[in-house]
Design a binder for this molecule. Structure first.
Ligand SMILES: [Zn+2]
Ligand SMILES: [Zn+2]
Ligand SMILES: [Zn+2]
Length: 339
């Protein structure tokens, strides 16, 4: 059965999920490649996936039975609570059963589209679907934190081409997410304010890229990768569940615009989107601010990254922000490899 194991010398947890080796082809939090004819996410191939947990409409697909749907992952890395447990020993501080929820959100019935080919209205519906799943999952007893992420393209960890994102609702808060909570809290204690509210209020910053009424796009001071961009809502809400429709709309619009500008600057690029929403234990605390982290995958995770936990980024965030501001969707930068 899947289990969580804590590393001996750090605060990191590892999800050991041997059942996933029964998947068609690959290991990891991705599904097997599929052509349209046997793609389990296609409307034309019913019965290849578990029953959906929720379905959502979108103005772009008025005649489709569903436009966006949430499915339990067919090869879950987490077992739904209530599953019969034989091992491991629950009393060990280094190991616990990997109980939780692992869902796939199929983001369109169309097999051939990616986010840049979807409309702002449709992506707003995708974000509403994310919000509905977070609202539902974050209050469950067994769930301590939610990791909502999107892997676009093989370099980002996706080998199933049909447009989708995933949710892992975990029984613990992973070290990186907890570190973020602690830094929000420390900044609040030191200044009385929110770190992300301060960041988007600094409109003169050379790292501001785009602003809308309800969200802003900026490159973080210490970007982990070239053109890493964060979308930060202007409303100070800890959970995605509390975002207004206007906020979701502006977040979708800015994310789409950044993807188009990445494309203009870098060519076709794989990417990860990471949605950070407050872990439930901190939901009544005032300091967390949900946000969307967007990371183009222009490089590889290699020895330096694995050994140090640090990354090497060849493009300063100020340069990236300037190029993104100036991008007209047409021009390609010649000084950086598109792949
Ligand atoms: Zn498909
Ligand atoms: Zn804030
Ligand atoms: Zn974050």
């Amino acid at each position: 059965m899947p289990r969580l194991r804590k590393r001996l010398l750090t605060e990191e947890w590892v999800l050991i999920a041997p059942e996933r080796t029964g998947r068609p082809r690959r290991l990891g939090l991705v599904d097997a490649p599929a052509a349209e004819g046997d793609c389990p996410f296609c409307l034309s191939n019913p019965g290849h996936t578990p029953d959906p947990v929720a379905e959502f409409s979108s103005p772009d697909f008025p005649d489709s039975p569903w436009a966006i749907r949430a499915l339990p992952n067919k090869f879950p890395a987490l077992l739904p609570p209530g599953a019969s447990l034989t091992s491991p020993d629950r009393s060990s501080p280094f190991e616990q059963p990997a109980l939780g929820y692992h869902e796939v959100l199929v983001e369109s019935p169309d097999h051939h589209v990616t986010w840049t080919e979807l409309s702002e209205d449709h992506l707003t519906s995708v974000l509403r679907a994310w919000q509905c799943r977070v609202s539902d999952l974050q209050v469950r007893d067994e769930v301590a934190s939610i990791q909502l992420f999107k892997n676009q393209g093989p370099r980002a960890g996706a080998s199933l081409p049909h447009v989708h994102s995933q949710i892992a609702a975990l029984p613990l808060i992973p070290a990186r997410h907890l570190d973020e909570v602690r830094h929000f809290r420390a900044y609040r204690e030191e200044t009385g304010r929110c770190a992300l509210c301060d960041l988007i209020a600094d409109t003169e910053s050379p790292r501001q890229v785009l602003a809308a009424d309800h969200a802003a796009a900026l490159t973080p001071f210490a970007s982990r990768a070239p053109f890493e961009t964060w979308i930060v809502p202007t409303s100070h809400d800890g959970s995605l569940a509390d975002a207004s429709l206007s906020t979701l709309r502006d977040t979708a619009a800015l994310a789409l615009e950044i993807l188009r500008r990445w494309h203009a600057l870098l060519g076709p690029v794989d990417y990860n989107l990471l949605l950070h929403t407050v872990p439930f234990a901190f939901i009544d605390e005032p300091y967390y601010h949900w946000h969307l982290e967007m990371l183009p995958r222009t490089g590889q995770i290699a020895g330096f990254e694995l050994g140090s936990g640090m990354t090497i980024n060849p493009v300063a965030s100020e340069t990236a922000a300037e190029l993104l501001r100036e991008s007209n969707h047409q021009r390609k930068a010649s000084w950086i490899s598109p792949s």
